[in-house]
Each structure stands twice: as C-alpha cells, then as structure tokens.
Design a protein around this ligand. Structure first.
Ligand code: GMT
Length: 373
C-alpha cells in the first residue's frame, strides 16, 4: 500500500507514535509518505521506502498568521496526486483532520476518492479541541473522516463526552517496539549519573501543566529522604524554567538533572530504577509504556487511560492526582526491596509486551485494507 501519514514532527507522543507506525509499515513493505512541516524527530536514518514531504508555508506581509492549514491541504493533494496514495492517515485532529477534509474534497473534484483516517491522541479532544475556538471545526472534520480511531478506551469515551458526533470511534491502543527498549543498561552511563549506586528516577514529558512536573519533584524529594537517589528530567516545555529555578534552591539540587529533549530514550530508560508520571490526564501515556518496555516500573496517577496500561501493584502503582505522599510511599515499596523491585521490573516488561509493535501494527493494516476496499 501507499500510505500518507500526517503528524506533528516534534517530541510529542502523537508525532512519536505516528513516526514509529510509519517506520513499522515501511518495514513490512508499504510505501510511507510523511507530510509534516519538519523532519519528524524519530525519523532518523535512511529508509528506502519512506518519503518525507515538507509543508512549506510561505510568508507574506499580509499574513500575521501564515495559513498552515491551507498549505497542508495543498501538500496532501500534491502527494496523493503524484504518488498514487491509497489513504491519508492523520494523527491529532487539529488541524490535520480539517486539512484532510479539504484535500479529500479537492481530490473528489478530480474523480479521486481518498479515504481519510483520523487518529485522536489526547489533548486534541480533552483540552484544545473542546475549546469553542476549535470545537465546531473539530466536530465537523471528525464526522467527515472515513474512520476515527482513538488510542485508548478512555479517549473514546472522552470524545463522546465532549463532542456531539454520531461517528463510531474505534480503539487501537498505542504500541512500543519492545526489542528496541529492552536493552542492557549502559553501565558507564549509570555510574556517571549515580556514582554511589543511588537509585535513578526518570520522568519524560513536554513540561506542560497537564504533566504536573512539580509533583515529580515533590515525590522525588520524599523518596530521596529515605533512599538516596538521582532524578533525571527529560524533555522541555513551558514549565521548565520555573521548575529549574525551584530545584536550584533545593539542598539536593545537584541530584536533579534537566537533560532537555533526548532522541535516544532507548539508551536512557534502561538505566532507570523507576519512572514517574503524575499527570493530570493522559489519554494513554506512551512515555510510561516505553519505560515499561525497558523494564522500568511506573509510579503514576490513575488518570485517563493510564489504568489501561498499568496494572496497580504489579508493574507499578497508581495514585490520585496530586497525592505525592502516596506516590512516594508506593515508590519506596518498590525501591526498598531488591526482590520486589526485580519482580516489578519483569512484570513491567511482561505488561509492555502486550502492547508490542508486532501485536498492534496488524490492526492498522487490517483497518487500511478495510477502508481501501
Ligand atoms: O501530552 C503529550 O505528551 C503530547 C500529546 C501529543 O499528542 O503529542 O500526547 C498525547 O498523545 C500520546 C500518544 O498517543 C499519549 O500517549 C499521551 O497520553 C497524550 N497526552 C495527553 O493525553 C495529555
């Protein structure tokens, strides 16, 4: 099949998932065309049957806001016309679903029917999309997609709760390439971070308020009172400057490292003893799944779709939003006993295997065959 994938090219979960999906489809012999405004971060390396089409948005003195949505729709039309594309798969509804609708209508005029699949990822429904600035367009373009998918059951019910749509939402859970993350820790790296054998605690996100990164630090401080540990904060975003100056004032500021955006998560995660994800909401929590694939137990909230991937008391623990005391107590239950820690690590891997790439990609392929036929 010739598949066009539209996504955000950045470190956000939707872009990561879309890029990994495209790479996996290409591995299976499909031709995959990415249409984005920048090379996707996880598209690193040469792939013979992957094509990248950059959306260019020329500026003009009249444009205070260059019309990206129009440029994207035109890029979709061009790629479909010139590469014999069978379907358009757009990730994150805003503005990709409405651009896809426009492209579909333009192509219809040329007697080309192009099926559109929209995959909802999270904040396109729960935060940004439901705002009245966007909701009429999001509602309309979801209805007009040939197929709507959501990355968790929770996101499916959030979609029905927040939007009046009659369209069926199909759930295809996110996935992880377990083989890529399940690696031996790089010992030199580990002893550089934790020279005295301290525990290593990791958090990765886009540092937005929904991630509650301050709760990561609060939980870490409580853990560190009992078990000497180091905290690695991966990613970047609006909350980072405040958190960085807050942590500089702490007595243990040398134990907290802000690593910024990192491409090689598969090298960092295996050195971790625990992953913290105290989010206000996660439609799925791809970052937690990647940690589990690296044999890292997860301490998280019980928000959104997290209970669909984490089994409480088995591969991690879930607490109520903001209950950092409970999160720290749970973390200590795992970290203070090597035997317990070891079994949580194995359970985390076992749980991640249920969402392995090889189990999920066939679901997308079956969906593609269905919409094409
Ligand atoms: O919140 C993020 O990390 C970014 C956002 C995105 O769309 O890029 O992530 C959402 O999609 C991910 C992939 O499907 C999910 O794993 C995240 O849970 C989801 N984020 C939220 O729902 C807040």
């Amino acid at each position: 099949m010739n598949i066009a994938i539209v996504c955000y090219p950045t470190f956000g979960g939707s872009g990561v998932l879309a890029t990994e999906l495209g790479k996996a489809l290409a591995d299976k012999g499909h031709n995959v065309h990415f249409i984005t405004y920048q090379q996707p971060v996880r598209l690193n390396g040469f792939f013979a049957n992957i094509y990248y089409h950059e959306v260019r948005v020329p500026t003009y003195p009249l444009f205070d806001f260059p019309p990206y949505e129009t440029a994207l729709a035109s890029a979709m039309v061009d790629v479909v016309q010139n590469h014999d594309i069978d379907l358009l798969h757009v990730h994150y509804a805003i503005p990709h679903a409405s651009s896809a609708y426009l492209a579909k209508k333009i192509l219809e005029k040329q007697n080309k029917n192009i099926p559109v699949i929209t995959t909802l990822h999270g904040t396109d429904i729960t935060l940004v999309g439901k705002d009245k600035t966007y909701s009429p367009v999001v509602t309309f373009s979801m209805e007009e997609s040939d197929v709507l998918t959501a990355v968790s059951e929770n996101l499916k019910s959030e979609t029905y709760k927040n939007f009046e749509i009659s369209k069926e939402v199909e759930v295809i859970h996110n996935f992880v390439d377990v083989a890529r993350f399940h690696k031996k820790p790089i010992e030199a790296f580990k002893s550089l971070i934790a020279p005295k054998g301290e525990k290593i605690i990791v958090h990765a996100s886009n540092f937005r308020p929904v991630k509650r990164v301050d709760d990561v630090i609060k939980t870490y401080l409580l853990i560190n009172e009992k078990i000497p540990s180091k905290l690695l904060l991966i990613g970047d975003g609006p909350e980072r400057p405040v958190l960085e100056s807050y942590s500089r004032k702490l007595a243990c500021h040398n134990d907290i490292r802000f690593l910024g955006k990192q491409e090689q998560m598969e090298d960092i995660l295996p050195i971790a003893d625990l992953f913290l994800l105290p989010s206000e909401y996660e439609s799925f929590g791809l970052a937690a799944l990647e940690a589990m694939a690296a044999e890292v137990p997860v301490i998280s909230t019980n928000a959104g779709g997290l209970p669909e991937i984490i089994i409480d008391g088995y591969c991690g623990y879930m607490s109520n939003i903001g209950d950092t005391q409970n999160m720290a107590e749970n973390a200590l239950k795992i970290l203070s006993d090597d035997t317990i820690h070891h079994s949580f690590k194995l359970n985390a891997l076992h749980q991640a295997e249920k969402f392995d790439i090889h189990n999920i990609i066939p679901k997308y392929e079956a969906l593609y065959k269905r919409v094409i036929s």
